[in-house]
Structure formats: structure tokens, C-alpha cells
Design a binder for this molecule. Structure first.
Ligand code: SF4
Length: 395
């Protein structure tokens, strides 16, 4: 989908529109934004304000809240006011569920973006046979009538809408017509996009999520292809739903999100874990850093260790990390020996390399600076960084 060539070592992101979400924008040349969702009941105003702030402070740039009733929608007014008065304007997205047009219209006054799920527009009586074209179109017309006021409200406030399609909740007639497939997901999104465009509303962000990584990959790739064919360029929010927890939850999310980002697809991401939302943020930034899309941490290069390793690599890496992890932007290598270490630490700014029993060598780039006893290694590394003027005190 992008102009990526086989020899490119940087990712060329797909060109998209720039879409506002409160104080930030997504798509175009804006950095891939990190987002998550609070678990608090939105009626718990103190709890929600604290949770939104907690997430934002650790780097969650867009926070989603769930708004299942009118009371929840109204509570968002106070949540927003408190955030603005006691903290700062955090970009907020409200998730509005089925039969929620009145709720969506209310909450659109208080948040920056309203997320709707095309699958939850319940106009459809369960059927046992295929839809005729006339039946299909009649439902489409009802959807248009229902969606219109929200589109107009968001358009007139210069706010945005996420059309968030989930593989697990496709609308009945999409299921009958296209099956439980990426095509069904894409057609669902396109139907809603067309309604928005007919009302001159283009502040649209799309998401096509699935809990199966290959389905999520196919849906997003197909969406991009269809958008290209129709001259549309809306930003995409990426995520793998119900990824679970722990190591596999992270791997699964990375497999889906990372694969698309590497192809230049994706403008905002969420790693959905069955853990506290705060746990999702470092994973998002880790994916973005690994792909070279954002730089928010020290990049550590470390060898896996082997029979040649001259010190306890795990322990030393841990110590180096504790001492330097606040020095955003640096590349630091910790390598077990001088046989392969210096060559393989790539373009690290500094290297800590096993030299001989009891001694390590410190490197600046590829240049060996000095040999020091191992027990002074970390302190001497810090001195070297200080002497180069690249040290800042940790907060
Ligand atoms: Fe082994 Fe040295 Fe390579 Fe580390 S750098 S894996 S110690 S050969």
C-alpha cells in the first residue's frame, strides 16, 4: 500500500487525512498515537477522572470511555470539566453502544470523538434467508436517518468519529450478504463512510478489529485497498481484540499491530490486554520503538550470551538499564565478549563489552575508550556519558 521498496530501512507510512481528536491529530505526518480505555464506570466521576489522568500521565494520548446510558453521557460533562480545570484537556473518545443515538448526541458535546460500531445498529430482525437488494437498501436508509444527526453534530463542532467495526459483531445483513469475513467488515465501514461523506463530514477514523490476527490483518489491508480505489484516505486505528493477558496477549497484539505498521498501515494503536490499562501503554511504545516509528526510550542492544560470555549478562543489563533508562534517545549495547561484541553492537552510542575475566571495555560508537574492572563498569559508563554531555539526572 505504500512506496516501500525492498531496500528501505525506514517505514513509509500510508498517506492519510489528518483527523482531530481534541488537542491532538491523528494520521498524515502525526506520530502514531497511543491509546487505551479506562475500566471505571463513567458514573464514578472521581474514579474516572483519576483513571484518565493516570493513563495520560504515562503516555496514553487518547483515552476512551464507555457511555452505555444517558446518565453516563451526562457524567462526561463533569469528567471533562474536572480534567480541564485540574489537569489538562485529554483527548477523549466515547464508546457508544447500540440504540445509542440520543446518548451519542449528548456525549458528542463533551468528548472529542464518538466511536460507533456499525454492527450494533439494531434495525434488523434476525432472518433465516438472504436479504433482497430492496431489504438491504431499506435498512441502509434507516441507518442513514439515524446516523445523520450525529454526523452533523460532530461536523459542526469539528470533532471526529471512529467507525469501529468488530469481526465479532457484524450486522445481521452484512453477515448474510458477505459472511463472517473481512469483506463484511470492510463493507460495513464503507456504508457508514458514505453516509458521512454525503454530509460533507470527513473527520473519520476507522478501526477493523478481530481477535484472530490473520482476520484483522486481512480486513485492514482490504480496507486500505478499497479506500485507495475510491480515493479515500482515512486514518486507521489498529488493535487485536480480546488478546488476553500476559506474554501471549502481548505477542498476539504485536503480531497484528506490528505487521500492519511495518507495511505503513496504522495511525493510532491500542494493545487490548486483560490487565490494568496502564500495562498496555509500554507495550504500545515498545512496538512503535522497535519499528523505528517513535523514539521514547533508550534502545538497548544486548547479546543473548553464550559460552564466551565474561560476566553475568542478565544482571549487568539490568544494572545498566536501572542507571540509564531515563536517557531517551541513546542506544546502549551490553555485549558479553570482544569476539563478536564490538562488531555486533551495530550503531550503539555506547558499549559495555566483556574484555577479559574481571574486566570490561567501554566503547563510544565503535571506538574502545577504556578498560575498567567489572565492578566499576556501570559507574564508569555513566562517567563516560557525562563527559560527553549526554547525561541528565533522573527525575
Ligand atoms: Fe557470545 Fe560474545 Fe556473541 Fe555475546 S557477543 S553471544 S558473549 S560471542
Amino acid at each position: 500500500p505504500t512506496s516501500q521498496t525492498l531496500t528501505d530501512t525506514t517505514i513509509h507510512r500510508r498517506k492519510t487525512r489528518s483527523v482531530p481528536v481534541g488537542s491532538i491529530s491523528i494520521g498524515s505526518d502525526h506520530p502514531v498515537a497511543v491509546q487505551s480505555m479506562i475500566n471505571e464506570d463513567t458514573l464514578d466521576i472521581d474514579g474516572s477522572v483519576a483513571a484518565i489522568r493516570r493513563l495520560h500521565e504515562i503516555g496514553c494520548e487518547i483515552v476512551r470511555v464507555t457511555v452505555p446510558s444517558m446518565a453516563h453521557a451526562k457524567a462526561m460533562e463533569e469528567i471533562r470539566d474536572r480534567l480541564y480545570k485540574t489537569y489538562q484537556p485529554v483527548p477523549l473518545v466515547a464508546d457508544v453502544h447500540h440504540n445509542g443515538m440520543k446518548i451519542a448526541l449528548e456525549v458528542a458535546k463533551y468528548v472529542d470523538n464518538v466511536r460507533i460500531n456499525p454492527g450494533l445498529y439494531v434495525f434488523e430482525k434476525p432472518k433465516t434467508s438472504e436479504y433482497t437488494q430492496a431489504e438491504f437498501d431499506a435498512i441502509g436508509e434507516k441507518i442513514r436517518e439515524t446516523l445523520e444527526p450525529l454526523v452533523i453534530s460532530l461536523r459542526d463542532q469539528n470533532k471526529s468519529m471512529r467507525i469501529g467495526v468488530n469481526h465479532g459483531s457484524l450486522a445481521e445483513r452484512m453477515l448474510f450478504t458477505y459472511g463472517d469475513t473481512p469483506e463484511g467488515m470492510v463493507e460495513s465501514a464503507l456504508e457508514f463512510i458514505r453516509i458521512c461523506e454525503s454530509l460533507n463530514f470527513y473527520n473519520i477514523e476507522l478501526s477493523l478489529k478481530a481477535s484472530k490476527v490473520p482476520v484483522m490483518l486481512a480486513a485492514n489491508r482490504l480496507m486500505v485497498q478499497r479506500m485507495n480505489a475510491e480515493g479515500m484516505a482515512y486514518p486507521l486505528h489498529l488493535g487485536v481484540t480480546e488478546a488476553g493477558d500476559g506474554e501471549y496477549g502481548r505477542i498476539k497484539s504485536t503480531a497484528g499491530i506490528g505487521t500492519l505498521l511495518a507495511e505503513g498501515i496504522g495511525d493510532t494503536i491500542r494493545v487490548s490486554l486483560t490487565e490494568a490499562p496502564e500495562k498496555e501503554i509500554p507495550v504500545c511504545y515498545g512496538i512503535l520503538q522497535a519499528l523505528g516509528l517513535r523514539r521514547t526510550m533508550v534502545e538497548y542492544v544486548a547479546c543473548p550470551s553464550c559460552g564466551r560470555t565474561l560476566f553475568n549478562l542478565e544482571e549487568v543489563l539490568q544494572k545498566v538499564r536501572e542507571a540509564t533508562s531515563h536517557l531517551t534517545g541513546l542506544n546502549i549495547a551490553v555485549m558479553g565478549c570482544i569476539v563478536n561484541g564490538p562488531g555486533e553492537m551495530a550503531d550503539a552510542d555506547y558499549g559495555y563489552v566483556g574484555k577479559q575475566a574481571g574486566y570490561i571495555s567501554l566503547y563510544r560508537g565503535r571506538e574502545e575508550i577504556k578498560k575498567v574492572p567489572e565492578d566499576q563498569g556501570v559507574a564508569e559508563l555513566i562517567n563516560l556519558i557525562k563527559s560527553d554531555g549526554k547525561w541528565v539526572e533522573p527525575k
